[in-house]
Design a protein around this ligand. Sequence first.
Ligand SMILES: [Zn+2]
Length: 299
Amino acid sequence: MTGAITLSLDFELGWGVVGNGMWRRREAAGVYRDLRPSLKRFVALLDDLEIPCIWAVVGAMIEAPPDRDLGHLRGSFANRTRAFLATAEQATHDGRDLLDTVLTSRTPHVFGTHGYSHVLFDDADQDEIVLGQDISKATRANEKAGLDHRFFVFPENRAAHFHLFSGSGVEVARMHALNEAAPGQRGNLASRFCASIMRPVSPVTEIPSNDGPILHHASELVNWGENAGRLKRTMTKRRLKLALNRAQRGDHVHFWLHPFDLVATPGLEDYVQNWVKDIAKGRDRGSWSIDAREAARAA
Ligand SMILES: [Zn+2]
């Protein structure tokens, strides 16, 4: 059996860290500004290598700022979102130019959604009405931009309230790996670090949910983190190599990253450029296929 590789990107700019305010530091460091040329290089390389990816977009990031509607949010996340939009630079919250970069590439990329506002599905301040509205606003934003929305990525992989997706058009939701604790139920930093090193690579496992999307358990993060020391960097590279070995043995492995990680994490862009070249070489020699549409359940 030939293995398969899926590569998905959580396409979110500063929206992904509105809750913890980390966008301020990244913005000050020029991450979102430098992302523009970096994404162009990455997309051009994907074109050269003919590697399609799934881009899970935050709905509010791809809408024109005057069209955004965040009135459904409650509690501290609503306040933080307001402060984000009032003070962040346009490059930190407006990703329409980035979407254009992906849309104008030659590769048949697949799109999905990462929610409208990146609100966490286990945020106690939100109720099911809020979360249901976030889903419908997200699917509408994708529709308006002509993008598919059958693939969903839970913000921070905090998966909950599956039944809210019924009738939304979302068919597949990416989840944490089956052999790791669900986000929000993990220990402190040290124990999470050990767990991430010790956990064997987990190939894709799909489980139907009762009245919601297919739960696509898969989570190999292509990033060693902005502040990683040499050990974590080495272990992450080893892990990514082991994951490719699993694909070579016939498994389906799903990797994901954030485009801004390529700028924020020292050394990652160079590493990823070589790593995707290895993925293309493996495909060309018949070790695995690269099929974004398989995971996105496109028709
Ligand atoms: Zn995210």
